[in-house]
Unconditional design. Structure first.
Lengths: 346, 346
DNA sequence: GCGCGTTACTAACGCGCGTTAGTGGATGTG
DNA sequence: CACATCCACTAACGCGCGTTAGTAACGCGC
């Protein structure tokens, strides 16, 4: 196991010479299964030479000869929005399972940066491409992406030609609202996002469905749309709490808005998880975990989406011209302490 | 500029045939400068054929022939601690400037995951390695890393054999404290981290130096060590505020602890940025930006450290056996609104 | 007409490896 | 003893490209 510190790279031929066989034999031992008629003893000698010399296959040469790089490309704006980094994690893990290596590049989302990143990946002959965004939206990839199987993660193709993996926003909104209903609330505020984006549409739909199912009438005065940031959550919460018939629970479409809502609530002397309940969305750890009390919220299944994306890509690469399909991944509720316990009488 | 959607890959030979010259000529046109005696007209025809056929050089083949991959490897636990993702961003930008591509892999920090990641990079024949951590500490890389130039970012080699880029924690602690002194404070609490880790040592050193320089005596009762999380920041702030002679300003060694301190301060009816000032450390955007009032804090220069790491690597790769050197990068103060304005009378 | 320097290319090798088609020897079969 | 099988291997090609050494054609001076 001598690791041959910084010398000329040892090749397969070196191993062959060392053992006294041909390079072909070494190749068979290292790649072929037990199928080739090579006796155990020779195999052992080869393996020993490999570790003695510190031989390491050259991925580039191997790719050239075998015509498969075992590379998948992952392009993402994650670096800009780090909280979605688990997409990368999930993708990497799944790639490892498939025996692939991920080539990761970041983009600022501009189509120019996208194109350059894709170009680089294609030069490296990736066998497939994953494009992941930090927020759920429609995208349109540069034409070059069509040269290779592509899967979108946390976004979808506006031309609906590409496969994609997206979160089930509606189900997320539903479980969040149901959690509050289950705790005995029947006046539940919704601080939502800009109502044209997919996240807002879905989360609201889930909210509405939960209310309906519980036989609670939808009160539009309890729904406020904002842009997702903390100070807007604060403003919206103030509006709700200072209204004529304030809610006893608030579902915030982002944890950041929940953070702002917390301030408004505390200012009014109310105790969260007691006098009033709050549920967030995003499971942004730094916020949800460290708010006082910690925030019950709905998680975007980043890791799972990343893994699913890679798995889909593997299928797609094996069988091109598969009809574009959209995989929807569930958003689990993450229980913490901002929702009061269910009580007998509301 | 037809992009040849998913057909057999076009090679340099195809371009040559299309133009009616040899492959060598094409290679000269694409790689060589204007040095080779190839007339403008031929060059044009080659370039046109390239874009007509959608030719794209094969990075693997090119690496094989030229014996340089132009790949740098970046190994990081960033995915675990996304707030440090700017290291990746800085590294990528600098790599692009150097004409290199980054091969990124994540690790959970276990030496086993490290080794596997490094192994993969070496198979791809990276020309150098960057190892970045999410928190400032000493590390010990697996022996395989010695086969290739390596630079550590946000960490240092316990055996002091490897180059590294680390943040100037002491200077960071200094500017933070100076900012508070400049605002007229002379009783300044420090909620620090576990005093054995580099971040805590440095930040405290900076704090002490600033006090000394201002002629303020160090009061150990104003210094509390905790583990960095919000609830501990809360506890520590309570202890400080409820003491006999409470501070009028608090320097928190993490933004998360500042977040907890905010709660303690607000509970006591004090107004941050007015009755009392707070400075954090880390510039963790989700927190610092959205706390109310927003948090003045010290930033870890992740992006710059990433870029510096790559730049050092480039130098190192050009000139191996350079004495291991340690580059220290300044931590800038990020001004927000949690420090009161300087007043005439303290 | 001959030697010589340019100009504009090309033939051919090798990078490290996967893979196909074979080869020489040992063993079994009739 | 001729012949077919297996066993254990090897020669050789080609993947796409960079690069070195060389060549053919042309113009120029003498």
């Amino acid at each position: 196991m001598e690791t041959n510190p910084r010398q000329a790279k040892v090749t397969m031929q070196d191993v062959a010479n060392h053992v006294g066989v041909s390079r072909t034999t070494v190749s068979f031992v290292l790649n072929g299964g037990t199928g080739n008629g090579i006796p155990e003893e020779t195999r052992d000698r080869v393996h020993q030479a490999v570790s003695e010399l510190g031989y390491r296959p050259n991925a580039g040469a191997r790719a050239l000869a075998s015509k498969q790089t075992k590379l998948y490309g992952l392009i993402t704006e994650i670096v800009i929005a780090p909280y979605a980094a688990n997409i990368v994690r999930g993708a990497e893990e799944q790639a490892a399972r498939e025996g692939k290596t991920l080539l990761i590049a970041s983009t600022d989302g501009s189509s120019d940066a996208d194109r350059r990143a894709i170009e680089t990946m294609l030069e490296h002959r990736v066998e497939g491409l994953i494009y992941a965004t930090s927020w759920h939206r429609g995208v349109r990839l540069p034409a070059v992406a069509e040269e290779v199987p592509t899967v979108l993660v946390h976004c979808f193709d506006e031309a609906t030609k590409l496969h994609s993996v997206i979160p089930d926003e509606a189900q997320g909104g539903y479980v969040a609202t149901m959690r509050l209903i289950g705790a005995g609330h029947d006046r539940i505020g919704l601080i939502n996002l800009d109502p044209v984006i997919p996240a807002a549409i879905g989360r609201r739909a889930g909210y509405v469905r939960a209310l309906e199912q519980a036989g609670i009438g939808l009160d539009e005065s309890l729904v406020i749309n904002e842009d997702g940031e903390a100070d807007q959550g604060y403003r919206a919460a103030v509006a709700l709490l200072d209204g004529s018939r304030p809610p006893t629970a608030i579902f915030c479409a982002t944890d950041r808005m929940a953070m702002g809502a917390y301030d408004a609530i505390k200012e009014r002397g109310l105790r969260i998880g007691d006098d009033i309940s709050v549920v967030g969305f995003d499971n942004q750890e730094v916020i949800a975990n460290y708010l006082r009390p910690s925030l019950t919220t709905v998680a975007l299944p980043f890791q799972q989406m990343g893994a699913t994306g890679v798995a889909m890509l593997a299928k797609l690469a094996a069988n091109r011209d598969l009809a574009p399909l959209q995989r929807i991944v569930e958003c689990p509720l993450v229980e913490r302490t901002s929702v009061r316990l269910p009580v007998a009488a509301s």
